[in-house]
Design a protein around this ligand. Sequence first.
Ligand code: PLP
Length: 342
Amino acid sequence: MLKATNIPYPPRVPLARIPTPLERLNRLSERLGVDLYVKRDDLTGVELTGNKVRKLEFVLADAVHQGADIVLTCGGAQSNHSRATAIAAARLGLRCRLILRTPDPSNPPAPEGNLLLDRLAGSEIVWITADEYKRRDQIFAREADALRRSGLKPYVIPEGASNALGAWGYIYAAAELKQDLEKLPGGTGQRTTVIHATGSGGTTAGLILGTRLLDLNARIVGINVCDDREYFVKVIGEICEDTISRYRLNISFSRQLDIEIIDGYVGLGYAQSRPEELELIRDVAREEGIFLDPVYTGKAFFGMAKELERNPKCFGERIVFLHTGGIFGLFPKAAEMAAVLS
Ligand SMILES: Cc1ncc(COP(=O)(O)O)c(C=O)c1O
């Protein structure tokens, strides 16, 4: 698709069910007083649902090209990225080792939600504490060394596949979105605000770069679900700058001007839910039949709704909420959700 725009892109291995639909949320549009669409990247697959599979198309193409036979990656115990990597690796006949965070590695969590799928797909799991996770690069190096010594060819994928190669997943998605927007009343002539959850920065970076490369009339807004704005300006800035220099992209980029992160919706912390966030997930499911997840899209949607409550015009007239998936994260929250189901 990017070929049509004359932008050469790195090799990709097709894994995602794309293009995903762009759908208007009629009742919510009316209630929130905006023209609200949802880009259904929760439909990139069933078990491969979500944004990660778009990034993995590029990262795993590189792993295969390099002759890897095992991929390593990391995340929280309910990491969507780890689940997508485990399944995509199985599809490609690769082994997968996941380095997952849990409070007590000697007593790992029960296999439910994403973790159940990791286990079903045959991934090998190494449990580490949150403190050890801060030194994950050393752990990756140690694990990869051990695998090399046993005659394997490991390939390390960073958290969230958020690097210069993974960013191509959302450069590619921006091209898809441009085609979607061309079909709407007002086409691409009307400015669009694209709102999404930011967790490791790769999706935001890809969308920013894609928008610039394709000259798309869009404002890209990430709502962080962990850490803070300053952290993400740095992380996203590094990914954008690295992608621009590695692939010699002919665009200008400024961390301060091009990265927009709305902070203030981390709430109780990463993967911790407040009752009002769970209520919103319930309400959106009931009003539109769309299922948000508690860790990423639920918080981002909550943030978007709160910002609109404060100032209905803050994102302009047309909004695309990018649904980045995560449905399996709902199941381990079943007990907490019960309180808002009446
Ligand atoms: C469902 C979901 N949405 C959004 C994100 C955030 O995307 P990124 O890591 O590219 O910032 C993630 C992962 O972190 C995710 O799993």
